[in-house]
Design a protein around this ligand. Structure first.
Ligand code: SAM
Length: 429
């Protein structure tokens, strides 16, 4: 009878409500939303894409229903590959809405879509007390069938579902809702989805009737709501919880930033190598713009030619060092292994100031100082002694191209040519 189907219209009503009432731009306010009687989590799956929701909770008495499709609530692979600044946590609880649970208190929005008609009238009294007297959400959206519409539903005798304990007329629903609103300090507005055929709307109303309850008083302070003497109740069982990757989480931010840095550093290294190969003088140390660099890793600074985004003296210091350079170092390939001669590695130094030119790297780190701190904490990244450059191992460079007098990178000067790369089998050929 309805297009889109009625259940989708009910869910869309909630999504539209959240869209219309989302926190104002510029404020770091996020919503906490709980769906009571969430069944197979269909509404939650729609709401999980809403950027303004930071906590999404589903409650149902039937654990099997919750489990049926909950894998659809998890993050997508793109959420890990391109984490956003938004935060989202989803929790699913098995429990009855007639019982209190402290984890459900103080939400911005509580929805109960086609649930109350499954409760006995005694349980409905408990439900009102739990939702409006204990959870005290800022807004509650409650939907239930409108019995007056039933005459228009073809072939229907009795209730719409065998488990329904009642189906109310508009007057019955409104009388209950207004009583609850008065008792617990809310105002309520009536609407619905699934309109009646032309000319019959006034006579029968919507197929699904909806009450939108808004709390009249300001939300009590956390202390008043969650006062120390309030008994902590945990009657629901947590069946599922997932926290989405977010750049506001330092660990996720660092991992993502490091991946970006290494990728960009590798790109710069390749570019630099190609330029260097092509250059006739084979000079190892060049700034990006072609000016000569004297030192990067061991202390002396390259003259700062531009300093567009840096802030603070430390940033200025780092900003000055922009030239990529090659240096060599001696180190044990396998620590503890009985090796005759230590292996020699060659590194390309990619200054943080060059990495900072990537809009993504600069946006993620915020300042050169932060960038350095993030990288210092990351064991997979090697920094130069003074922390001004990322050191990338250079595997592909041909040996003849390195001359000690070209490189002046501290450690580099102490090193000799790399050992012959010949393998044992060559000797016996
Ligand atoms: N809200 C769902 C939606 O819009 O897709 C469908 C609701 S379904 C018609 C009613 C749900 O309420 C069922 O999943 C049922 O298990 C749940 N339910 C019934 N009594 C409950 C109770 N006392 N506490 C929590 N959930 C209950």
């Amino acid at each position: 009878m309805f297009s889109p189907p009625l259940h989708r219209q009910r869910h869309q009503f909630v999504v539209d409500f959240v869209n219309k009432n989302k926190p104002q731009k510029g404020h770091f306010l996020s919503l906490q939303v709980a769906d009571l009687g969430c069944s197979e989590c269909t509404l939650l799956m729609k709401l999980k894409f809403h950027r303004d929701i930071e906590l999404l909770v589903g409650v149902d008495i039937d654990g099997a229903k919750l489990k049926k499709k909950w894998q659809g609530l998890g993050p997508l692979s793109t959420d890990y590959l391109q984490p956003s600044y938004y935060q989202l946590r989803i929790e699913l609880y098995q429990g009855s809405v007639t019982q209190k649970d402290a984890r459900l208190r103080g939400f911005d929005l509580v929805t109960s879509v086609e649930l109350i008609e499954h409760l006995t009238l005694a349980d409905l009294g408990q439900f009102s007390d739990v939702v409006f007297g204990y959870m005290i959400p800022a807004v509650a959206i409650i939907s239930t069938p409108n019995a007056e519409f039933n005459t228009l539903l073809p072939g229907l005798t009795g209730f719409r579902h065998h488990d329904h304990k009642f189906e109310w007329t508009r007057a019955e629903f409104q009388s209950w809702a207004l009583g609850v609103a008065l008792q617990y300090g809310y105002e309520v507005e009536f609407t619905g989805v699934g309109p009646a055929p032309l000319g019959q709307q006034d006579a029968v109303g919507f197929c699904t009737q909806i009450g939108v309850f808004r709390r009249l008083r300001q939300r009590p302070s956390c202390r008043a709501v969650f006062g120390v003497d309030v008994e902590e109740l945990f009657s629901y069982e947590l069946l599922y919880s997932i926290t989405y990757p977010s750049l506001r989480d330092n660990n996720t931010l660092r991992k993502f930033l490091v991946a970006e840095v290494l990728c960009f550093a590798e790109e710069l290294k390749q570019r630099w190598m190609e330029e260097r190969m092509a250059a006739s003088d084979g000079s190892l140390l060049q700034t990006e713009g072609g000016a000569e660099a004297h030192q990067a890793a061991s202390g002396q600074r390259v003259e700062a030619r531009e300093n567009p985004t840096a802030c603070g003296p430390e940033d200025e210091n780092l900003m000055g060092q922009r030239g990529l350079g090659l240096f060599m170092t001696q180190e044990e390939a396998n620590q503890g292994a009985q090796e005759e001669s230590p292996s020699v590695h060659r590194f390309v130094a990619v200054p943080l100031a060059s990495l900072w030119t990537s809009p993504k790297v600069s946006a993620l780190s915020g300042s050169l100082r932060n960038l350095r701190h993030f990288l210092m904490e990351e064991p997979t990244v090697r920094l130069s002694q003074d922390g001004s450059a990322v050191m990338l191992k250079e595997e592909d460079l041909d040996e003849g191209s390195f001359h000690a007098e070209d490189g002046d990178y501290g450690e580099a000067n102490q090193c000799s040519q790399p050992p012959e790369q010949g393998e044992e089998w060559e000797a016996s050929v």
